[in-house]
Design a protein around this ligand. Structure first.
Ligand SMILES: Cc1cc2nc3c(=O)[nH]c(=O)nc-3n(C[C@H](O)[C@H](O)[C@H](O)COP(=O)(O)OP(=O)(O)OC[C@H]3O[C@@H](n4cnc5c(N)ncnc54)[C@H](O)[C@@H]3O)c2cc1C
Length: 464
């Protein structure tokens, strides 16, 4: 059995590892467009900040580790065309030579590429780029380009276009490096994946660390600074009230989300679904014979919403594992995402899982969200912090639908959101969260765990 994976990131490598684990006799080839298989691109901001001291440290596993696990790596090799009927993959190697790889099963893990919003100076023949200090950020190649700008141009200021979690992590990272950062976001508040009440707290944390935050600001164009103007680049934008605003910056980072990279699969005849991602069933089958797909290039099965598109590393790992198992003839199903995620911005962390009101309503729920606060551990023990919780439940059934948390980075926000994720996964009611037997010692918690107090506030408010 020869399995070929296209893509050497979370999905492709997870698939390869699972296949080799289940059948050490299987032949597994991973085709990777660059030379950086199994790198933790989630860690890029911490390398760029200087907290992770070498880019090699971002490798989940070294090339030697991957080879020792039994996979054949074809690095700097780009998959060009899938011959579905002939079960062959046309690739171009590092030397430019074309080759046909025969496969029994193929797993497409081509991931996502950064969105290029319609901003003057970003696309087209006269587009600015890394040499001028204008960057996108997704791959290790992008990372090296940003690092080159940081090290060779010694920028003093940066504009970050976009205030999703990657843009915010980069605001933190560049501030840690000593740059003056301006963050522009066209939506009304930063971190639009959480309610604006929590986004406002993230906003305050950015401001407290010297970041100039400009929500409601749509960037129109990025141009070279003229002689006599400050900075290397000028960012031209429009504020929410229509007023033109311009900022000078030595570098600009555009981090406006990703879109699935599906050209290869689509040209082979795969069906595309939500947001143009490859349609797969929960076994990660594409519908094309012997072709599976996983990760940021595919639609996401959501436990509450059905099909959506929610590109996350955690999901890519799980889907890859399912695809690897099923490519060997298994019958594993991807159990579905809840969009559970967490981000650290300076000294605070924000997390969410499940649904917010505006997502729950169209899915047929009658959502109510109740905000409350609790201490992360007994306040009499030094170092306690308040956690702000927004609990969303269904008014009709009392079912827990979602939770959002904001609090100090040491307040176990990530692990606390995982309690909620586990409860939602198992279709628990908000009230039943109080029945969970959770741990307690005063320096680390309270007899009623904070998340249980949040659940009780919801029950009190809604009289459930
Ligand atoms: C800065 C940053 C921070 C992030 N932080 C988090 C986080 O904290 N938590 C989280 O859950 N997620 C995070 N993510 C998202 C997470 O990294 C992605 O969801 C995950 O990497 C997706 O994995 P993937 O394998 O599907 O695709 P990708 O990581 O996009 O990888 C695609 C792979 O396919 C290869 N490829 C593409 N086309 C071809 C071709 N034609 N031939 C050969 N190879 C090809 C690429 O070289 C690459 O190896 C972050 C992403 C970024 C950029």
């Amino acid at each position: 059995m020869h399995l070929v994976m296209i893509g050497g990131s979370d999905a492709g490598i997870s698939a390869a590892l699972r296949a080799r684990e289940l059948d050490p006799g299987s032949e597994v080839t991973v085709v990777v467009a660059d030379a950086f298989p199994n790198f933790s691109i989630c860690g890029i901001p911490y390398y760029l900040s200087g907290e992770v001291t070498h880019w090699r440290n971002l490798a989940h596993r070294t090339i030697a580790d991957l080879e020792a696990a039994g996979m054949g790596l074809r690095l700097d090799t780009t998959a060009r065309r899938i011959d579905v009927a002939g079960r062959k993959l046309l690739v171009t190697g590092a030397d430019g030579r074309e080759e046909l790889l025969a496969y029994d099963k193929l797993i497409v893990g081509t991931g996502a590429v950064p969105v290029r919003p319609p901003i003057g100076g970003l696309s087209g023949p006269d587009a600015l780029g890394a040499p001028e200090g204008l960057h996108l950020l997704h791959s290790m190649g992008d990372t090296f380009a940003v690092m080159r700008t940081l090290e060779t141009a010694a920028p003093a200021s940066a504009v970050i276009v976009g205030a999703g979690y990657i843009g915010l992590e980069m605001a933190d990272a560049l501030t840690v490096r000593g740059l003056q950062v301006t963050q522009m976001e066209q939506l009304e508040e930063v971190l639009p994946t959480v309610d604006p009440q929590l986004g406002a707290r993230v906003h305050a944390e950015l401001t407290a660390h010297g970041v100039e935050v400009m929500p409601g600001t749509t960037v129109q164009a990025i141009s070279r600074a003229e002689a006599g103007q400050p900075g290397r680049l000028q960012v031209h934008a429009t504020a929410a009230d229509g007023t033109p605003v311009t900022r000078a910056a030595d570098m600009v980072l555009v981090v406006a989300g990703v879109r699935p990279d599906t050209t290869l699969a689509a040209e082979a005849g795969a069906t595309l679904g939500v947001k143009g991602a490859i349609s797969v069933d929960t076994a990660m089958r594409t519908g094309l014979p012997d072709v599976f797909a996983a990760g940021d290039c595919v639609v996401t099965h959501h436990r509450l919403l059905g099909q959506t598109y929610l590109p996350l590393g955690t999901t890519a790992h799980k889907q890859g594992r399912v695809a690897g198992e099923n490519a060997l003839g298994g019958d594993r199903q991807f159990a579905g995402s809840l969009g559970t995620q967490v981000v650290k911005i300076f000294d605070q962390a924000t997390a969410r899982t499940g649904l917010r009101d505006h997502e729950a309503k169209p899915a047929g729920f009658d959502p109510v969200t109740v905000e409350s606060e609790a201490d992360d551990h007994k306040a009499y023990y030094p170092g306690s912090h308040k956690i702000t919780m927004r609990v969303t439940g269904d008014r009709a059934t009392g079912r827990l639908l979602g939770m959002q948390l904001f609090g100090h980075k040491n307040a176990e926000i990530a692990k606390r959101i995982d309690i909620a994720a586990t409860a939602i996964f198992h279709r628990m009611t908000v009230d039943a969260v109080s029945d969970l037997d959770l741990s307690y010692t005063p320096p680390l918690g309270s007899p009623w765990e904070a998340v249980q107090m949040g659940a009780q506030a919801w029950v009190r408010d809604t009289r459930h």
